[in-house]
Design a binder for this molecule. Structure first.
Ligand SMILES: Cc1cc2nc3c(=O)[nH]c(=O)nc-3n(C[C@H](O)[C@H](O)[C@H](O)COP(=O)(O)OP(=O)(O)OC[C@H]3O[C@@H](n4cnc5c(N)ncnc54)[C@H](O)[C@@H]3O)c2cc1C
Length: 437
């Protein structure tokens, strides 16, 4: 179990950029505790934010002048193999979910890459993972939620039970209710996967291959990165896996024969599915050991129309303001398919072929000017992305004004305003996003 030790820890987050002063931290040991706090705070106009694993990057989970509800103790996970479902407390981490599901030979169809986030926190932003190109968001596989609304009501909602609340909560940035429990669908898990790492020298061939892979079912998971090339420039790596039951695919050419990568540098390995799901654990240990885990993280995640990504991504990587990415950070490039993304509040560009670009950088620990410049560069990039048809994935570090949010939600904004007025009329929940004045 994680959990915040007190006000000091709840005043910051993984981003280490925005700090605040809550009045207090309340440890929720039951849904009733959450209900009691929100029922008190609402009429007094006191902000309340849930805190799961504290992975927010820009104060989204902080509650200046109010209360942070630490969800870490709401961590029960119960798998019902016969129904192929799993019910988790909102404070459970994804690694707890994976452990319980794999013990029954099952898995959620989509898992985040990093398993250290909380169930409630990820569902409140949608949740992308390696199989999103085929199966959409983690949130698209939620069967039922138990929530506490801003009026202090404890309600159960599902696609056919209070659907308006259900759809306002998934990818809803904690605006209408706090999640206390979620029931997720499960599917059979493979025992092993064959993992391919395929390197491309140019973004054009990389994106063409990614698009080809996103459009068929040969790989269950497809992700990718831009990596600094020796001597300057960037290389692009697709990481894709084929599930199997211990007898690996006989012919790699069936998986990669029609792709345009550099065959001399391809890497192929068989790993257990459990090892694959935990693939970022080693990176986390390394970053903790070097201290980078605890430094400021001015990250930015954008969803781009694929046709714009071909010029946008190389321009970003060549931009002087982004040079730090060569030395301290990761650039993620993930293919997505528009028709698989269902949660209405997850905003996405028009079109079928999409690309998620995540700039995950680390800033020096004691250089606030550098951090300010990086956040300003995020804002400039966000504006450029918008003119190219791109959309923000709201887990990054950049200032957003209420007008930006209205534009972000576009035609859904009036419905979100209505749901907010109904379920959180005092506007106390999750103010850290800055949606309202
Ligand atoms: C190292 C790292 C790896 C990541 N990997 C991925 C990834 O693979 N895929 C992906 O999609 N995203 C990823 N993210 C983004 C991350 O999942 C989101 O920022 C998520 O919201 C974090 O939730 P948390 O509970 O872990 O963090 P917190 O900071 O505790 O919460 C984040 C936000 O969610 C709200 N929240 C938390 N719990 C609840 C709840 N029970 N009900 C309602 N609102 C709640 C908080 O108030 C806050 O606004 C990653 C982030 C980091 C830092």
């Amino acid at each position: 179990m994680t959990g915040v030790s007190g006000v000091r820890e709840a005043s910051t987050d993984f981003g280490h950029i925005v700090g605040s002063s809550p009045l207090g931290v309340v440890t929720a040991r039951s849904a009733a505790d959450v209900q009691e706090l929100v029922s008190f705070a609402g009429p007094h106009g006191l902000p309340v934010s849930a805190r799961g694993a504290g992975q927010a990057l820009y104060g989204q989970g902080q509650a200046h002048g109010g209360y942070v509800v630490d969800m870490a103790a709401l961590a029960d996970v119960r798998c019902v193999p016969g129904e192929r479902t799993l019910t988790a407390g909102a404070g459970a981490l994804w690694r707890d979910v994976v452990r319980a599901a794999l013990a029954e030979g099952l898995t959620p169809p989509v898992l985040p890459d990093h398993l250290g986030g909380s169930v409630g926190g990820l569902l409140s932003t949608g949740g992308f993972g390696g199989s999103s190109h085929r199966y959409g968001l983690v949130a698209d596989w939620v069967r039922e939620l138990e929530v506490v609304t801003g009026t202090g009501e404890r309600l159960v909602c599902a696609p056919d039970r209070r659907p308006d609340l259900f759809h306002a909560v998934l990818a809803g940035l904690g605006q209408c209710a706090l999640i206390v429990r979620a029931t997720l669908a499960l599917v059979p898990a493979p025992s092993h996967v064959r993992r391919y790492r395929l390197y491309h020298d140019a973004p054009g061939t990389y994106l063409t291959d990614q698009r080809r892979l996103a459009g068929d079912s040969r790989f269950s998971h497809v992700a990718g990165q831009a990596r600094p090339a020796l001597g300057g420039g960037w290389r692009y790596m697709i990481e894709a896996v084929v599930p199997h039951e211990g007898g690996p695919p006989a012919d790699d050419a069936l998986s990669t024969g029609d792709l345009d990568h550099d065959r001399d540098t391809e890497e192929i390995a068989d790993v257990s599915f459990a090892e694959y799901t935990h693939r970022l654990d080693r990176d986390e240990r390394l970053l903790r050991a070097t201290g980078e885990w605890d430094r400021p993280h001015p990250w930015l995640t954008l969803l781009l129309p694929e046709e714009a990504a071909g010029s946008f991504v190389p321009a970003v990587l060549a931009d002087g303001a982004q040079q730090g990415l060569r030395y301290c950070g990761t650039v993620q490039l993930r293919p997505l398919t528009g028709r698989t993304l269902h949660a209405p509040l997850l905003r996405r560009p028009a079109g079928e072929h999409l690309c998620l670009l995540a700039l995950m950088r680390t800033a020096p620990p004691t250089a606030p000017d550098v951090v300010r410049r990086m956040v300003a560069a995020n804002r400039a990039l966000y504006e450029r992305a918008r003119t190219a048809g791109g959309v923000l994935h709201p887990v990054g570090a950049l200032p957003m004004a209420p007008g930006d949010w209205a534009a972000h939600f576009g035609p859904l904004w009036p419905e979100l305003v209505r749901a907010k007025d109904e379920y959180d009329p005092h506007h106390v929940l999750t103010r850290g996003y800055g949606l309202w004045t």
